[in-house]
Design a protein around this ligand. Structure first.
Ligand code: CP
Ligand code: NVA
Length: 306
């Protein structure tokens, strides 16, 4: 049911399709442990285009392609003609003639839409200014591993964050619950928030915004944060840091969450800024499991879409 589709945003998928991606992620983890990964990408080539740096996404995705028997081609923007002004449309048309799928980390989400449209090949979002769907899949996989089910979570920090948008999209589609503690200045793009709210209405999901982080984390099983200054936001860094200074995840804040709460962060983190060292390096931190699960969700999505 998913073959040939692009993954630009989780909102484009049904609950059943997202459940399938999760189910296959768990299977892939098992296959990987047993060293019996199916070669479902045998003979297939995937181009991975990067307009911004990456560690986890780059390595997990390239490893996933290789484990499934496919061939990755990593293209850093500075190495290709895109950096000299060749239009995205033309780049997409050419890539589409060579490869079976495209994955891209882009400055502007619209670039992903152009890549998908003009390549005519399944295109996968490896992070844009708008969203980071593969991250949200790995995060909910981690939550399910820790608690045996998808629990509610609280996101503390930048209310317009790209990872948060994908977490909210997952919650909205699956009928779950998320609380967001953020200064009122930071909100996702209006059009995407409207789509998230429409989906939440249909599924019965609960999405609540708070200004007080203490109120938002009370009793929560998962406390999640991301950097205050995302890639591409360097020019507004000082303003964001000023507005977010009361939204640091501290050991004190964690005391208000559930006793068995976990701390999550997509990484990379700025220790001492959005999170205290004692939290990210402490016993409640699930950040390395989250990072590891990026591999299995990448394998799942690749095997299902390609
Ligand atoms: N979480 C994540 O996407 O990390 P990278 O920027 O290292 O890929
Ligand atoms: N919000 C961060 C996520 C990095 C994985 C960024 O876009 O820089």
């Amino acid at each position: 049911m998913l073959k040939g589709k692009s993954l630009l945003c989780l909102l484009d998928f049904s609950k059943q399709e997202i459940e399938k991606m999760m189910e296959v992620s768990f299977q892939m983890k098992n296959f990987h442990m047993l060293r019996s990964v199916p070669r479902s990408l045998d003979g297939k080539t995937v181009a991975m285009l990067f307009e911004k740096p990456s560690t986890r996404t780059r390595v997990s995705f390239e490893t996933a392609i290789r484990l499934l028997g496919g061939n990755p081609i990593v293209l850093n923007k500075s190495d290709i003609q895109l950096s000299r002004g060749e239009p995205v449309e033309d780049t997409a048309r050419v890539l589409g003639r060579f490869v079976d799928g495209i994955a891209a980390r882009v400055l502007k989400h619209e670039t992903l839409e152009l890549l998908a449209k003009y390549s005519n090949k399944p295109t996968i979002n490896l992070l844009s200014d708008l969203s980071h769907p593969l991250q949200a899949l790995a995060d909910f996989m981690t939550i399910k591993e820790k608690f045996g089910e998808y629990t509610s979570l609280t996101f503390v920090g930048d209310g317009g964050d790209n990872v948060l948008v994908s977490l909210m999209a997952f919650v909205a589609k699956m009928g779950l619950e998320i609380k967001v503690a953020s200064p009122k200045e930071f909100k996702p793009r209006d059009d995407i928030m409207k789509r998230i709210e429409e989906e939440a209405e249909k599924s019965g999901a609960i999405i609540e915004f708070y200004e007080d982080p203490y109120e938002a984390v009370r009793g929560s099983k998962v406390v999640y944060t991301d950097v205050w200054v995302s890639m591409g936001q360097e020019s507004i860094a000082e303003k964001k840091k000023e507005l977010l200074r009361n939204y640091r995840v501290t050991t004190d804040l964690m005391r208000y969450a559930s006793k068995d709460a976990i701390f999550m962060h997509c990484l990379p983190a700025v220790r001492g800024e959005e999170v205290e060292n004692e939290v990210i390096d402490g016993p409640q931190s699930a950040v390395w499991d989250q990072a590891e699960n990026r591999l299995y969700t990448a394998m799942s999505v690749l095997s299902l879409l390609l």
